[in-house]
Design a protein around this ligand. Structure first.
Ligand code: 5GP
Length: 190
């Protein structure tokens, strides 16, 4: 199978990386396809199985870990596992497309380490922590408790930013979308 490239977007939750990833997916000339992760967390809002995530029970997820079916996986929050199935990347490469990931910082860096040449790892930085809390609240999909769990992880996640190939600061969304587009399109050229 011809291998394509891997574009990783990682960031603290609420920094806008999902918006950036969705925008890039709409740019057909980039030839990207979204890597649908598996997760043991509950479905949120309008999410759809097989589109946003493959929703698995905790047991199913752990069985797949044992069977070595993941390229990378992480217990991002307690009992909330997330991971990239090896078959997912194979599925996308088989279509002659490049893979784009929306995953947490540890998973992103693990993919970069596994495929150093093929991967562009981009960190999306929120302007500051207050803005992050504001965005998560505006999203209105989760309890205060879940939001604080996400926010409490942010400082450690922000500390990993220098390990990424590139950093996009998302203070102004339009600029962030342009920056992200230019980085990805340059990387896919060679
Ligand atoms: P959410 O619950 O908001 O959809 O995702 C929570 C966090 O898990 C986000 O930072 C998201 O990027 C990350 N995540 C989603 N899929 C994966 C994955 O396959 N692997 C890893 N390591 N993290 C993921």
């Amino acid at each position: 199978m011809k291998q394509g490239k891997l574009i990783v977007f990682s960031a603290p939750s609420g920094s806008g990386k999902t918006t950036i990833v969705r925008h890039l997916l709409k740019q057909e000339e980039l030839n990207l396809e979204f890597s649908i992760s598996a997760t043991s967390r509950e479905k949120r809002g309008q999410e759809v199985h097989g589109k946003d995530y493959y929703y698995l029970s905790l047991k199913e997820f752990k069985d797949k870990i044992k069977a070595d079916e993941f390229l990378e996986w992480e217990e991002v929050y307690r009992d909330n596992f997330y991971g990239t199935l090896k078959t997912e990347v194979e599925r996308i490469w088989a279509k002659g497309k490049h893979v784009i990931f929306d995953i947490d910082v540890s998973g992103g860096l693990r993919i970069k380490r596994k495929f150093p040449e093929q991967t562009l790892a981009i960190f999306v930085k929120p302007p500051d922590l207050n803005e992050l809390v504001k965005r998560l609240k505006e999203r209105g999909e989760e309890s205060e408790e879940k939001i604080s769990m996400r926010v409490s992880k942010a400082p450690a996640e922000l500390a990993t930013a220098p390990l990424f190939d590139e950093i996009v600061v998302n203070s102004n969304l339009e600029d962030a979308l342009k920056d992200a587009y230019n980085l990805v399109s340059d990387f896919l050229k060679d």
